[in-house]
Design a binder for this molecule. Structure first.
Ligand SMILES: CC(C)(COP(=O)(O)OP(=O)(O)OC[C@H]1O[C@@H](n2cnc3c(N)ncnc32)[C@H](O)[C@@H]1OP(=O)(O)O)[C@@H](O)C(=O)NCCC(=O)NCCS
Length: 208
């Protein structure tokens, strides 16, 4: 397939997720441990696309499929994200760009990125951001060649590890908390944090 070959990018609906199964499998196997959360990814994407189509609100998620001769040869997944209070505009986060291993280096990845830029323009996002495992040299090179620079180091920790490190021995159950009134929730949070603070003082005090 040459550089000018007709690759068609179209936007997927929930019904397309199953047809992408071989490409998801290839992506998950390539991602391995460097990308946590790949298990059940197809179901999450289908749920998200269904929620989008029901919401009636402006689009905040898109799954793009690259097709060649009617066959899916790549896909990209992107969402509109807020950048926090230090940024004055949202961004489009590209969380996956994947091209079938036998179809690379013919412009498909770049075509998918162009679609992400069009999406960013449509939703008024000022930037396109990508999540790239630092260990994936090819992927990093691909994005660097397209002008993506490193901006922040995002460190991550599971909430269970953080609870251990920070001395929070009680877990707030999400469903329980949502059933509480705002006042009950505040009292419960104070009780948990107060207990953790006393634990920390106890540890500090025991050394003196
Ligand atoms: C990174 C990735 C998306 C790029 O897709 P791609 O379709 O190969 O991208 P492109 O073809 O647009 O560009 C790739 C290269 O081919 C070159 N190229 C594009 N068309 C070409 C052509 N017709 N002839 C020769 N070279 C070409 C590009 O210039 C680019 O070169 P560079 O690497 O030196 O910058 C793809 O390699 C991929 O899916 N990798 C696996 C990523 C993955 O699953 N990682 C798992 C963890 S997230």
């Amino acid at each position: 397939m040459g550089r000018g070959a007709a690759v068609r990018i179209r936007h997927a609906g929930p019904e397309d997720v199953a047809t992408l199964a071989p490409l998801w499998a290839e992506f998950c196997s390539a991602a391995g441990a460097s990308v946590p959360g790949t298990s059940g990814i197809g179901t999450r994407v289908r749920d998200r696309l269904e929620a989008e189509s029901r919401s009636g609100r402006p689009e905040t998620y898109r799954l793009a499929i690259a097709e060649h001769d009617g066959q899916a040869v790549g896909f990209a997944s992107y969402s509109v994200v807020e950048r926090g209070i230090l940024a004055d505009a949202s961004a489009v986060l590209v969380d996956v760009v994947h091209v079938a291993s036998g179809r690379r280096k013919s412009g498909i990845g770049s075509a998918l990125l162009r679609d992400a830029v069009v999406f960013a323009d449509e939703v008024g996002a000022a930037e396109v951001v990508v999540n790239v495992p630092s260990s994936d040299r090819d992927l990093n090179r691909f994005f660097a060649r397209h002008g993506f620079g490193p901006l922040v180091v995002r460190r991550t920790a599971s909430t269970s590890a953080l609870r251990r490190r920070l001395g929070l021995d009680v877990r707030v159950e999400a469903r329980d908390a949502s059933e509480l009134t705002p006042v009950q929730r505040t009292m419960r949070r104070r009780a948990i944090l107060g207990r953790a603070a006393r634990g920390v003082r106890g540890v500090a005090g025991s050394g003196t």
